[in-house]
Design a protein around this ligand. Structure first.
Ligand code: H79
Length: 434
């Protein structure tokens, strides 16, 4: 009897260990994660037929309209000013190291030549061009990585099992709901994306929260899908904007509209993992083009946000919502250029850094690379700054002029004689430490 029970326990344990098999990132993935972290700055692009309504990418759900009426916009989508070379050049000029574009958002419209649905930019629009192909080719040409946003949630397809959003969108045939059909559709699309567009840096999923039922969890079958991504492209990172601590099989932890550890938008209270971190943020207040929203953050705010992300060991994925005509808004291009000018000078203190020894403070934050500790001081009322440090400081200088900055060793760190800091975007002091 005891033997039988023991056997049963052993059998149960082995089942448990099988089902809880740990994801072991391959050396290629580990390398890709490191490159991703080193990049620190990427540009997000939200573009689709929703851009034509000019009210953001949630228009279909927010307006609660008929999906076939909405879809008619595709037949008028003719973004004649789309020019991949101009986009990529503007993004590179910003100092960004990767681009993440919406291949298919929640409205279900595919921005590439997909075989899995007619509702795509080649088959359903007079424009008829595969913008993803053009962008992928241009990224390869200009040497910038391409990441792909892909929505799990869907507000138009008949087969998508309805979630907590868009239930008032009409025109869908509920008798055709089939998870199996929808899951198969997604995986075939993912296969196209990871086969026909060259090397993809990351798959960026979004929409899991449409089904985050507490009592009867919805099974998105992510394990199998993540494995498919890694099988198709062994260096492609998996990211999922589910607003939770990372799931097994993921390579990046995403935060939406807040830096890791902050939660001003109610989307980012999750604990911080040891994975590479990325915060996505809008440049105005919306992801997809919104005609009434000209409330762009200032260049100073954007630079400080990028620096603050780096100070927390995170990348910034900064969004631009292209216009229906295919151009990036002029204000966005200007912000990108100005950020690029700053990064051309101060990039060394951002790219390839880790979060610094001193956690973010009211005056700014710190980043570290090797034996250099960079202080990013945004504003300081006092004349001097106490830094709690356990390492030895050998020298201190202003990063841009090289002028020595006086400091004094005290208990538990140093006091740095910066003088008052005001009226600058970021006063960077470089400490050499031992
Ligand atoms: O693509 C952009 C957005 O369209 C998408 N993610 C970025 C990158 C996005 N928009 N809003 N959200 C994600 C937030 C989702 C909000 C939710 Fe909720 C809060 C989903 C679940 C809780 C409120 C309640 C909205 C749906 C249910």
């Amino acid at each position: 009897m005891i033997k039988k029970t023991l056997l049963a326990v052993v059998a149960m344990l082995s089942v448990v260990s099988l089902s809880a098999q740990k994801y072991e990132p391959t050396p290629e993935i580990l390398k890709a994660r490191e490159e991703f972290s080193d990049a620190r700055f990427g540009i997000f692009i939200h573009w689709g037929i929703y851009s034509m309504f000019a009210q953001g990418e949630w228009y279909l759900q927010n307006a609660g309209i008929n999906r076939d009426e909405y879809a008619k916009a595709a037949d008028a989508f003719y973004p004649h000013r789309f020019n991949a070379e101009e986009w990529v050049s503007a993004i590179k000029a910003a100092g960004a190291k990767y681009i993440c574009i919406t291949t298919r958002h929640h409205d279900s419209f595919s921005m590439w030549d997909t075989e899995q649905s007619e509702f795509n930019i080649v088959d359903a629009t007079p424009f008829g061009r595969d913008i993803l192909k053009e962008l992928a080719d241009e990224c390869a040409k200009q040497g910038i990585k391409l990441h792909l946003y892909y929505s799990h949630a869907d507000w138009s397809r008949d087969d998508y099992p309805r979630g907590r959003t868009a239930y008032w969108v009409t025109g869908r045939d509920e008798s055709k709901i089939s998870w199996e059909s929808y899951y198969n559709f997604m995986n075939k699309q993912i296969e196209e994306l990871l086969t026909n567009y060259g090397p993809i840096g990351a798959m960026w999923f979004d929409g899991w929260w449409d089904h985050d039922e507490d009592k009867t969890p919805f099974d998105w079958q992510l394990d199998e899908q993540y494995a498919l991504v890694h099988k198709l492209q062994p260096s492609c990172l998996v990211a999922n904007n589910h607003h939770q601590a990372p799931f097994e099989g993921e390579d990046i932890q995403i935060f939406e509209r807040d830096l890791p550890g902050e939660n001003t938008h109610g989307l980012s209270g999750q604990s911080i993992s040891r994975l590479p971190l990325e915060t996505c943020q809008t440049m105005n207040g919306m992801w997809g083009y919104k005609v009434v929203d000209q409330n762009y953050k200032s260049t100073e705010t954007l630079i400080r946000y990028l620096v603050s992300a780096a100070g927390k060991g995170a990348n910034l994925l900064l969004n631009v919502g292209p216009q229906p005509n295919g151009e990036l808004p002029a204000v966005a291009v200007e912000r990108l250029r100005e950020m690029g000018e700053w990064l051309a000078k101060y990039g060394e203190t951002i790219y390839g850094t880790d979060a610094g020894d001193v956690k973010p403070q009211h005056w700014g934050c710190t980043t570290r690379k090797g034996n250099k500790l960079y202080l990013h001081i945004f504003e300081l009322e006092d004349e001097a700054l106490f830094l709690p440090l356990s390492c030895k400081v050998v020298s201190a200088k202003a990063f841009d002029t090289g002028a020595a900055v006086k400091f004094q060793k005290v208990d538990g760190g140093i006091v740095l004689k910066t003088g008052k800091v005001e009226g600058v975007v970021d006063y960077v002091v470089e400490l050499t430490t031992k």
